[in-house]
Design a protein around this ligand. Structure first.
Ligand SMILES: NC(=O)c1ccc[n+]([C@@H]2O[C@H](COP(=O)([O-])OP(=O)(O)OC[C@H]3O[C@@H](n4cnc5c(N)ncnc54)[C@H](OP(=O)(O)O)[C@@H]3O)[C@@H](O)[C@H]2O)c1
Length: 265
């Protein structure tokens, strides 16, 4: 049995994952974090009698119960502190929360390596995103110019999305994209060319009518390749990937980004 502590267990993504853990025979949810339902039994809130853990208001409180894997699924402003607290309590960590920066990841990586623990950060657990990332890396080896667009609902606070950040970071490992007119030589507002993130230009759309999507466009003279992922309104696409991450993170040391770190693609 892998003992799991789930931070954000009452949220849109976390509650679906909690139900997924309840159905698993090899995972047990021993602790949960959320402020508004603190001290209540998670199963009463989610109407899932197999979830007997009591909700704590903070990660520090929940980590008083020993766990093997801590899952971070709250908000960008608390994520890093929660992850560091979990590592200090000798738990491996799965990060689903978006909005952490490359500097945050460097700090987390250093602590995880020092403590010989694994951290798996997946900005997006959906299989179609894992494939988008992999196909984009293949394309970047052959096509030197690309830009990234991320689409999300109007009230998503962080931009660019974790999915776009992760994609840009991965493509930079292949190479930095070429650019014909340098951004600083843009005639007009530079913002029109998006943000430069891990060498890629990234454009974030925040509008009602979108849920979550990511697109990378590769351009060559007289030809273009677009690779795009779109998710619907439920959190179902993220459950299987997160369960896999929980099961496999214990085999890692240090921080790894992307679900394919534990997949045989
Ligand atoms: N990796 C992926 O595949 C994936 C998929 C979906 C979402 N996400 C990301 O996951 C994160 C959560 O998304 P969501 O849509 O599930 O958000 P949400 O519905 O707002 O849920 C957030 C959860 O975290 C808890 N929380 C928030 N702030 C907290 C704090 N300071 N201390 C303790 N608990 C806190 C909330 O409960 P209280 O408010 O009661 O504290 C709630 O349980 C976001 O960063 C989102 O972008 C990632």
């Amino acid at each position: 049995m892998i003992r799991v502590c789930l931070a954000g267990a009452t949220g849109w993504a976390g509650s679906e994952l909690a139900r997924g853990i309840a159905k698993s025979t090899d995972l047990t949810l021993v602790a949960a974090v959320a402020r508004r339902h603190a001290a209540e039994v998670l199963g009463d809130i989610l109407q899932e009698p197999r979830l007997g853990a009591r909700v704590s208001a903070s990660a520090a409180g929940a980590l008083a119960t020993p766990c093997d894997v801590f899952v971070e699924y709250t908000k960008p402003d608390t994520a890093k502190a929660n992850v560091l607290a979990a590592l200090e309590h000798d738990a491996h960590v799965v990060i689903g929360t978006s909005g952490l920066t490359d500097t945050d990841f460097d700090e987390i990586d250093a602590v995880a390596r020092r403590r010989n623990l694994g951290v798996l950060a997946c900005a997006n657990f959906a299989l179609t995103v894992v494939l988008l990332q992999r196909f984009a890396e293949m394309a970047a080896r052959l096509i030197p110019q690309w830009e990234i667009i991320d689409y999300a609902h109007d009230d998503k606070p962080d931009a660019p999305s974790g999915t776009a950040r992760e994609l840009a970071a991965r493509l930079e490992q292949v190479r930095a994209p070429a650019i014909t007119v340098p951004i600083e030589e843009t005639v007009g507002p530079r913002e029109a060319r998006g943000a430069t993130l891990s060498s890629s230009q990234v454009h974030s759309i925040r509008l009602p009518g979108f849920v979550i999507g990511a697109e990378v466009i590769f351009g060559m003279p007289d030809q273009r390749l677009t690779i795009r992922h779109d998710a619907g309104g439920s959190a179902v696409p993220y459950v299987d990937g997160a369960l896999l991450a929980i099961r496999r993170v214990g085999s890692l040391v240090g921080l790894h980004r992307g679900l394919d770190a534990v997949l045989n693609l």
